[in-house]
Design a protein. Structure first.
Length: 38
């Protein structure tokens, strides 16, 4: 849960938009500043 809270904190402090995607098979959350890059 701490990792998820840290992720939301990252979004709140970002100077430009961030985009996220999830790989459910590997339990991975990918965050990037480039749309469609994940």
């Amino acid at each position: 849960m701490d990792a998820l809270n840290s992720t939301f904190a990252l979004y709140q402090q970002a100077e430009k938009p961030l985009y996220a995607s999830v790989n459910k098979n590997q339990c991975v959350l990918i965050i990037t500043d480039i749309p469609g890059d994940s």
